[in-house]
Design a protein around this ligand. Structure first.
Ligand code: KIV
Length: 275
């Protein structure tokens, strides 16, 4: 199983790190077979799978449940699991929450924001930790681009350096300008994983529902590599048509009783043999 140094070495060699979200076992299995480097079980599970209106509704129990499913589907993959909103308010709470995610199968925990004291506490407690800077879905009310002004960029840059000094193993940079992401990538030791942060980061992450074409919305940062949503809708529509028309199930989908068993059953039930 890879560990954090595997990805540090990739950064040093200039090899891109491929990260994608998964929330269930079959998707995780397919992603592992497809050769991704890391699976992120993000709190995006809330809006993408659980039907919640906001990432803030995701609980630790939700995360543990989905991390465990992903681990069953991809036993050898390195998993980063999100600490949900308000589960890392204090160092002690962050450690307890991270233990739950580790027990569920996460190799690394991720939290949002420049919480250097949380990073220090978690790394001292032996956790691999990924920070998440730029757009923080858990904390920003409006999902918009970050770090566009010199002042905002300088703050994010300093935050990334401080979290690096505190021991982060990765940082996710979300919706920040490419120039800023490039500077952070050069300045810090840990691999940067970008989403909507341009091509200069050490790795990229996309939400599987977005890249596979399950999500209805289009995002500037995303590229659709499939039309899984449309393919699923067509498959279910075809099934419904066949059931209604009596075309499914067909003879090859059924199985039959042996004649002697059928006669015995009919006799026992007092049924007249069918003509
Ligand atoms: O929850 C998630 O899927 C994430 C990605 C957007 C990076 O944090």
């Amino acid at each position: 199983m890879p560990n954090a140094s595997t990805f540090l070495d990739m950064k040093r060699r200039g090899e891109k790190i491929v990260v994608v979200t998964a929330y269930d076992a079959p998707t995780a299995r397919i992603e592992a077979e497809a050769g991704v480097d890391i699976i992120l079980v993000g709190d995006s599970v809330g809006v993408n799978v659980l039907g919640y209106a906001h990432e803030r509704e995701v609980t630790l129990a939700d995360m543990a449940h989905h991390i465990a499913a992903v681990r069953r589907g991809a036993p050898e993959i390195y998993i980063i699991g999100d600490l949900p909103y308000a589960t890392y308010d204090t160092p002690q709470q962050a450690i307890e929450s991270s233990r739950l995610l580790r027990e569920a199968g996460a190799n690394c925990v991720k939290f949002e924001g420049a919480r250097v004291e949380i990073m220090r506490a978690l790394t001292a407690a032996g956790f691999d930790v990924c920070s998440h800077l730029g757009l923080e879905s858990q904390h920003h009310d409006v999902k918009r681009r970050q770090g566009k002004t010199a002042q905002a960029a300088a703050k994010l840059y300093d935050d990334a350096l401080a979290l690096d000094a505190a021991g982060q193993k990765f940082v996710v940079l979300e919706l920040v300008p490419q120039e800023l992401a490039a500077r952070i990538t050069q300045a810090i030791g840990a691999p940067t994983i970008g989403i909507g942060a341009g091509a200069a980061t050490d790795g990229q992450v996309l939400v599987v529902n977005d890249l596979a074409g399950i999500t209805a919305r289009e995002f500037k940062h995303n590229r659709r590599y499939g039309a899984v949503g449309a393919a699923l809708r067509e498959a279910v529509e075809a099934y419904a048509r066949d059931v209604r028309a009596g075309h499914f199930p067909a003879e090859e989908h059924a199985f039959h009783m042996a004649d002697d068993e059928r006669f015995a059953f009919e006799r026992a039930a007092g049924l007249k043999p069918l003509r």
